[in-house]
Write a protein that binds this ligand. Structure first.
Ligand code: NAP
Length: 211
């Protein structure tokens, strides 16, 4: 499978490494092309740096938008047409940082970031909110855990997106557990009850059911 990864910063670079080591072919894009070029060179044959975001989608089956929430809509608007038949995976948390370094949620309390992102996507795009449920360091160190795999939670409204993202989650070395529909994305984000947890499948299923 060919995966476009748009955004090669803190989380995008770790997702790229995990998927490449699981055998996926990657097309990388970033704001400053040098960032994607450097990561592609570090990963090796499995990854190429695309000329731009639209070029990253050429021949891709799925795209990971590893972007800060504040730039997500602008990037989606710039690549809307080719997104229409793809799995779109979004790890973004709806957070902003002001000049003093204070972090705050960009959406009103209780508003689902997943529902907001779904509203920005063109018809036909298959959205799953996933791969943003752990900090990058925890994500990098928890893949391929043994004997019991660590879980990555996800949400989606789309059965086909669920099957596709589960395959990617397994490729990255985790066991997928669906939390629910896209309205449930708040449980996965910073401050949510399922964020930054490293748990096995049984505990994960009990946490999902117990909310
Ligand atoms: N870092 C984590 O531990 C972590 C964990 C879970 C979830 N998340 C979430 O994931 C999202 C990304 O976080 P991050 O820490 O990876 O941010 P980051 O380090 O700032 O990386 C953002 C990436 O987006 C790229 N970018 C910005 N504007 C772009 C555009 N117009 N077109 C293409 N690429 C563009 C940047 O390109 P350049 O490299 O050229 O600047 C950079 O590679 C956030 O919403 C965050 O909440 C982060």
């Amino acid at each position: 499978m060919t995966i476009a990864i748009i955004g090669t910063g803190g989380i995008g670079s770790v997702i790229a490494r995990q998927l490449a080591s699981g055998g996926e072919t990657l097309r990388l894009s970033s704001a400053d092309k040098e960032s994607a070029r450097t990561l592609a060179a570090e990963i090796g044959r499995a990854a190429v740096a695309a000329a731009d975001n639209r070029d990253a989608l050429r021949g891709a089956d799925a795209v990971v938008l590893a972007l800060r929430f504040s730039v997500l809509k602008g990037v989606i608007d710039g690549i809307a047409d080719p997104l229409a038949d793809k799995l779109v995976v979004v790890p973004s948390n709806p957070l902003g940082i002001d000049a003093q370094g204070n972090v705050s949620r960009l959406l009103p309390k209780g508003q689902s970031s997943g529902a907001v992102v779904a509203g920005w996507l063109p018809a036909g795009a298959r959205l799953a909110m996933a791969f943003g449920t752990m900090s990058a360091g925890l994500f990098a160190s928890s893949g391929h855990r043994s004997p019991e795999p660590a879980v990555l939670f996800y949400v989606t409204d789309d059965d086909r997106a669920g099957e596709e993202v589960e395959r990617l989650i397994r490729t990255a070395g985790f066991e997928p557990v669906k939390v629910g529909g896209i309205e449930q994305s708040g449980r996965l984000e910073v401050g949510g009850d399922l964020h930054d947890l490293v748990v096995g499948p049984a505990e994960a299923r009990s946490l999902v059911g117990g909310a």
